[in-house]
Design a protein around this ligand. Structure first.
Ligand code: PBG
Length: 340
């Protein structure tokens, strides 16, 4: 062994970052960020019928639930301490039309489910998605005129959809449509109907992403979607534009903002959280879930560790919370760890 030069030692090895990592107790002591059950929002897919729990093939471990089965699963999520669920309907194709009329039906799947959940599990937050894609025959989030998704006409319908959901008991309205001006319009519409305490979680920076594929399988829009969503969802090449979108939604009254997808857009999560210092959420979307599950199923990575590491990464980037299909699984692990 060559003796260390004293000067080099003084300069370089007085600092040994590994000292703080030498054992579990010290790693825990210096840890900067922590994932908690309170950070998790569970997206739940709904389908008509009773006693149903249909597998979503491209999302192993994720199901479409009929309302009764969803209630059972949500009771479990609430018992684990998951703060909120986000509801997504797989609408009967016979009920889909070019204008997404079923979005305004007080008896649609999401409204019926919201009422039942608030009755059976009053303490869990119910987040409902505002956008027309589960209800349109063409799979777009708005009204299609020729080749255009028309903005203002769509916003008027989204306002009625939001009020319809609030009447059914939704605690948080989450517009995921990316139309211009919808947050302000929805805020006014909700307030006018006496729903001033209903929060708005805006999908403020939502990108036109390939990672939504499995979600579209789950809600049955993959086959019907005509073209793509690039005229309303953001260009994945843009970052400053995300800050402009978030600024607009906050000005218009958003209580919480979201960046979507998640891991590929952690830089955006970081910028948004740091710039605005407002509750910023990230959506770990269906394709991200599918990637981890597919690799784990092949034995190519440790699925549980990859799940927890990916969720922690959102916290490190500055997210207040994460919408994730892993929510219940992660909550079970976090609870187990907390008890031991
Ligand atoms: C549609 C909506 C999408 C997601 C949530 N709401 C898909 C899309 O924009 O086509 C994606 C969620 C996911 O992939 O997990 N309004």
């Amino acid at each position: 062994m060559v003796a260390l030069d004293r000067k080099a030692h003084a300069l370089e090895l007085a600092q040994r970052p590994r000292r703080n990592r030498k054992s579990d107790w010290t790693r825990r002591l210096v840890r900067e960020h922590k994932l908690d059950v309170d950070d998790l929002i569970w997206p739940v897919f709904l389908v008509d019928g009773a006693g149903k729990r249909e597998a979503v093939v491209s999302m192993p471990g994720v199901f479409r639930y009929s309302i009764d089965a969803a209630l059972e699963a949500i009771v479990e999520a609430a018992a684990l301490g998951v703060p909120a669920v986000a509801l997504f309907p797989n609408t009967d194709p016979a009920l889909r039309d070019p204008r997404g009329s079923a979005a305004l039906d007080p008896e649609n799947l999401v409204c019926r489910a919201s009422r039942e959940i608030k009755k059976a599990v009053p303490d869990i937050g119910v987040i409902t998605d505002v956008a027309l894609d589960p209800y349109t025959s063409h799979g777009h989030d708005g009204v299609l005129v020729g080749d255009e998704i028309v903005n203002d006409e769509t916003v008027a319908i989204l306002c009625a959809q939001a009020v319809n959901q609030a009447r059914a008991g939704a605690d948080v309205i989450a517009p995921s449509d990316m139309m211009d001006g919808r947050i302000g319009a929805i805020r006014v519409a909700l307030d006018a109907e006496g729903f001033e305490n209903v929060q708005i979680m805006s999908y403020a920076a939502k990108y036109a992403s390939a990672f939504y594929g499995p979600f579209r399988d789950a809600i049955g829009t993959n086959k019907t979607l005509r073209g793509d969503k690039r005229t309303y969802q953001m260009d994945p090449a843009n970052s400053d534009e995300a800050l402009r979108e978030v600024a607009l939604d906050l000005e218009q009254g958003a209580d919480m903002v979201m960046v979507k997808p998640g891991l590929p857009y952690l830089d955006i999560v970081r910028r948004v959280a740091e710039t605005f210092r407002r509750p910023t959420f990230a959506y770990q979307v269906s394709g991200e879930y599918a990637m981890i599950e597919a690799a784990a199923a092949n034995g190519w990575l440790d699925g549980e560790r990859a799940m927890l590491e990916s969720l922690l990464a959102f916290k490190r980037a500055g997210a207040a919370g994460i919408l994730t299909y892993f929510a219940v699984r992660a909550a079970k692990i976090l609870r187990g760890a907390a008890q031991s």
